[in-house]
Design a protein around this ligand. Sequence first.
Ligand code: NAD
Length: 256
Amino acid sequence: MDAEAVGKAARLIHQAKRIVVFTGAGISTESGIPDFRSPGGIWSQYDQDDLTYQKFLSHEKYRRLYWQYDRARYPAMKNARPNAAHHAVVELEQSGRLSALITQNIDGLHQDAGSSPSIVHELHGTVREVGCLECKARWPREEITDTMDREGIEVPYCAVCGGPLKCATIAFGQALPADVLEAGFRHARNCDVFLTVGSSLVVQPAALLPYEAKRAGARLVLVNLSGTPYDEIMDIIVRGKAAATMAAIMDTFRSL
Ligand code: NAD
């Protein structure tokens, strides 16, 4: 780990008044949830093109495939516990500096770690609920999947209106919730430090958030294992695993 970069990141965070933390799948890999793009990640097992929103709407066979994929990835999320990086974000909130926590993750681990639900903006939804695409009714996930198991249902439909049910996450090709996206961009424009943790920064429009923050004058910090298309606009990059790196940044932060 680059100790100099850790020290610089800690000092920047210490001086900041309004920090936005932006997280991706990489913050949760050490909790046992595979990311999409690392070797062995989810896209090495499924074809992304078969799991688009348009395909889901188009045919029962794609809805069946979607639910197989969804149910295959869920146990890792259900059993996961927050790691030191999630806890570091909670500590930042407790220091009074965190104005928003914007996450691409659907696993709910930030809330499990103790981040206040009011500051967490889930850009890509949550795996913990299932929603009807027509009447918008929502259920806790386990309620639907328990019924699927009990009754041998492969593709669930809404008990209220008969519309297709889908996990309350955003599929490829599905629009992001406008209010959450708008809040994300607003916070990005109004922060003094924008800290990205564990994201390849390739999924749009979420990946534009650091760029938006930079344009508005924020300093950018990136904690990630691999390179991203936005590395050149970062002020500080700490190349390393999220848990150990965020713990090291907070150790230095506490000593300032
Ligand atoms: P991604 O898979 O595209 O990128 C993850 C990044 O994290 C990679 O650059 C990788 O090098 C880095 N990384 C992996 N392990 C790391 C670690 N221990 N420490 C630091 N960095 C690490 O993920 P993304 O950018 O979030 O975007 C893809 C989409 O993945 C999002 O839309 C998100 O909804 C979805 N997703 C979420 C989860 C989850 O909720 N945990 C899991 C898989 C995918």
